[in-house]
Structures are given as structure tokens and as C-alpha cells.
Design a binder for this molecule. Structure first.
Ligand code: NAD
Ligand code: IPM
Ligand code: MG
Length: 370
């Protein structure tokens, strides 16, 4: 039986519109194949929204998100703001306000080393093969949202956390670990920061409620090194806002490209799905950006909507594209295919099943059997 879902679409800036367009093709193929109705509503966010209305998160866009069952976000950011430290209104404010207003406190960032891409990782094969970890990044607190400002001779950003902000994401991380390899690594800087000492205290307390889960605590500087040296040490990483931002971009090196990593941001109401990468302005309009992070974010959205088999189909199709080398230049030692070709291939795989993938394979002259 088909279902009806309201899906918000926020393409944003730079490569955002291109990668969201490919995810839309994939969602349309899912709807067609499984008899679902996805009602889409589009809204501006980021630099494009500032250009159109002076506001990086117009009310219209926030309303679309509030009324959606889930929404997909591309990316925001533009060099004209990155290069102007004095700009009062910035694209990033739109994203931060979205997260805060919708209470999206947990950002879940899975990192997978695909067998077919092992050759793209700068790390040694034996270190990377089989890596499968997930970062639980706190998303609505910490230094991002503390008081900030300028003094006569400097500037400040306050980092604050309250118990409940730590507790609610810690529970999610422990619950995730119950279905995985039963280990949580708390990444903090408890040797220096008071907020990190609070995190350690609260998380250690909460760990008592999950006796089957091993809790491991690691300082963020060491974790940054271990991520490269020994990534298989990690399963579920639990961490605060800024450390999670940095460590997850670092973790993308394991898989071979930042263009591969999806994410889900969840709270109490609607949920947001977005690639972890930014607007990659150098690639905007060139049809070279990797759409897989956004397509895999759409797969996470399908899971969230309870469409689990549909999500599996999308992931299988992504796997097929990786196996036959139907990938963009960031994942290819050769020229790479266009953003749209990769999206078309995945959508076709879903629309017609494996047979269509095999046909495409022959047309492309690629010999690998899916
Ligand atoms: N969630 C977001 O919207 C988000 C996230 C990060 C950065 N930003 C913004 O994006 C702008 C650019 O920031 P940046 O250059 O530091 O980060 P970025 O993630 O846009 O790009 C960094 C590098 O990652 C690679 N990359 C990123 N996305 C890719 C893709 N889909 N396919 C292939 N390669 C990809 C490229 O090599 C690129 O140079 C800034 O304005 C920043 O604020 C937004
Ligand atoms: C653009 C920026 C505000 C954002 C963050 O730091 O959270 C980005 O880097 C991300 O990872 O989504
Ligand atoms: Mg980031």
C-alpha cells in the first residue's frame, strides 16, 4: 500500500540545488516504483534567501519544514560572506536557526568504507576495510549557540551546556550502540574544558543504565589522530557540537570523499536530512559535485519515514553505481561522470530494478557484474 508524505526541499546555495535535484529524481523513482505519493514543497535558505528576501531563513521556509514529515537540505554558504567577516547577515545563520527552532538536537553521521572505494582512501587498505562507524553530534548547543561578541580589543564565543542537552543525545547514542557493536566513545576535552567535564560526568552516569554497552572516553585531539591511525577503534562516537563537526569531516577521508557522507538531524518533531558537506562553491554549476551524500541522506529520510525497503533499494543502487564506477570525479582516478548521470543511473536502477542497472552497465561498456 502506498503512503502519502509531505517532504520539504531546501536546495540552498552552491552545489546544493544540483545535488538536491538528483536526490529528487531518486525519491521520484521510489514513489513511482512503490506507489507512494511524495508532496514536495520548496523553500529558500542561505545566501539565495538573503538575495531574495534579506533573510537567510524566511518564515515561509520555516513553515514548510514545520509542516513536513521530513525535509531534505542541500547546502548553504557563499564566498561573498566567507570573505567578509563584518557581514551582519550570513547564510549559516539560516541553518543554525533551522536546527534550533525545530529542536533538531541530534545529528547522526554514519561513515562507511565501501569495499569498491578502498583504492580511493589515502589510508592503508587494512586500516579502512570494514570501517562502519556513526557520529552522534550534539547540534543545538555548545559554542555555536552561546553568547558571542566583540570587546574593545578582541572577541568571545561562550560554550555552555546544560545537563538535559547532554542526556538526551547520550541516550540516543547508547540506544544506537545496542544495535551495533555495543561500544560508545565519548569524544571530549575534559582535561581542559568545564563543559567537557560535564559531558563526562553525565555520560558516565547514563552509561550505568546501559550495562551491556562499553563506554570509552577519549580526548578530541587523540580522537582526531586515532580516526586516521586506527578508525576501527570506533563504533558509536558521541560528542558535542563543534568536535562533531570537525571529526566527521575528518572521518570522510576514510570513505574516500566528503561527497559521500549523509546525515540525519532529529529532535522531537520533524527531521532534517542533509549531506555533511557544504556548498562547494568552486564546483557550483559545473555538474561535477558528488550527489551521493544527498541521495544517501534521502535514504536515511526514507528509513525515518518507515519506508525501510525503499531505503534499502536506494542504498543498493548507490552500491551498484560505486561498483561499476558510475561516479563523479572525486571518486574516480579517471575523468568521472556528471552529477546528473550518477543521479540518472541510481534513479533508473530503482525504477526498473537490477536489470536496468545491468543494461546501463553494458551501454557504458563497463564490465563489472553488479
Ligand atoms: N551544511 C552546510 O550547508 C555546510 C557545511 C559545510 C560548509 N558550509 C559552507 O559551504 C561553503 C564552502 O565551505 P568549505 O569549502 O569549507 O566546505 P565544503 O564542504 O563546501 O567543501 C570542502 C571540499 O570538500 C569537497 N566536497 C564537498 N562537497 C563535495 C561534493 N558533493 N562532491 C565532491 N567533493 C565535495 C571539495 O573538495 C571541497 O573543496 C562555506 O560557505 C561554508 O560555510 C555549509
Ligand atoms: C555551515 C556550518 C554552520 C555547519 C556546522 O558547522 O554545523 C556545517 O559545517 C555542517 O557540518 O553542517
Ligand atoms: Mg561541517
Amino acid at each position: 500500500m502506498g503512503v502519502k508524505k509531505k517532504i520539504g526541499m531546501l536546495p540552498g546555495d552552491g552545489i546544493g540545488p544540483e545535488v538536491v535535484a538528483e536526490a529528487r529524481k531518486v525519491l521520484d523513482a521510489v514513489a513511482e516504483r512503490f506507489g507512494h505519493t511524495f508532496e514536495y514543497a520548496y523553500g529558500d535558505v542561505g545566501a539565495v534567501a538573503i538575495d531574495n528576501s534579506g533573510d537567510p531563513l524566511p518564515d515561509h521556509t520555516l513553515k514548510i519544514c514545520e509542516e513536513s514529515d521530513a525535509f531534505l537540505f542541500g547546502a548553504i554558504g557563499h564566498p561573498k560572506y566567507d570573505n567578509d567577516p563584518s557581514a551582519k547577515v550570513r547564510p549559516e545563520q539560516g541553518l543554525l536557526k533551522l536546527r534550533k527552532s525545530l529542536g533538531l538536537f541530534a545529528n547522526i553521521r554514519p561513515v562507511t568504507a565501501y569495499d569498491s572505494l578502498i583504492h580511493m582512501s589515502p589510508l592503508k587498505t587494512e586500516k579502512v576495510l570494514g570501517v562502519d562507524l556513526v557520529v552522534y553530534r550534539e547540534l543545538t548547543g555548545g559554542i555555536y549557540f552561546g553568547e558571542k561578541g566583540r570587546t574593545k580589543d578582541g572577541a568571545y564565543d561562550h560554550c555552555t551546556y546544560e545537563n538535559f542537552e547532554v542526556d538526551r543525545i547520550a541516550h540516543l547514542a547508547f540506544q544506537a550502540a545496542q544495535h551495533r557493536s555495543k561500544k560508545v566513545t565519548l569524544v571530549d576535552k575534559a582535561n581542559v574544558l568545564e563543559t567537557s567535564r560535564l559531558w563526562r560526568e553525565r555520560v558516565t552516569l547514563i552509561a550505568n543504565e546501559y550495562p551491556e554497552i562499553e563506554l570509552d572516553c577519549m580526548f578530541v585531539d587523540n580522537a582526531a589522530m586515532q580516526m586516521i591511525q586506527n578508525p576501527k577503534h570506533f563504533d558509536v562516537i558521541l560528542t558535542e557540537n563543534m568536535f562533531g563537526d570537525i571529526i566527521s569531516d575528518e572521518a570522510s577521508v576514510i570513505g574516500g570523499s566528503l561527497g559521500l557522507l549523509p546525515s540525519a538531524s532529529v529532535g522531537d518533531k520533524t527531521a532534517m536530512f542533509e549531506p555533511i558537506h557544504g556548498s562547494y562553491p568552486q564546483a557550483a554549476g559545473k555538474n561535477i559535485a558528488n550527489p551521493l551524500a544527498t541521495i544517501l541522506s534521502a535514504a536515511m529520510m526514507l528509513d525515518h519515514l518507515g519506508l525501510v525497503n525503499e531505503a534499502i533499494e536506494v542504498r543498493n543502487a548507490v552500491n551498484s553505481s560505486l561498483k561499476i564506477g558510475m561516479v563523479t570525479e572525486d571518486l574516480s582516478k579517471k575523468e568521472g561522470y556528471g552529477t546528473d548521470r550518477v543521479g540518472d543511473f541510481i534513479a533508473n536502477c530503482i525504477a526498473d530494478g537490477e536489470e536496468s542497472c545491468a543494461q546501463d552497465n553494458i551501454k557504458l561498456g563497463l564490465s563489472t557484474i553488479i
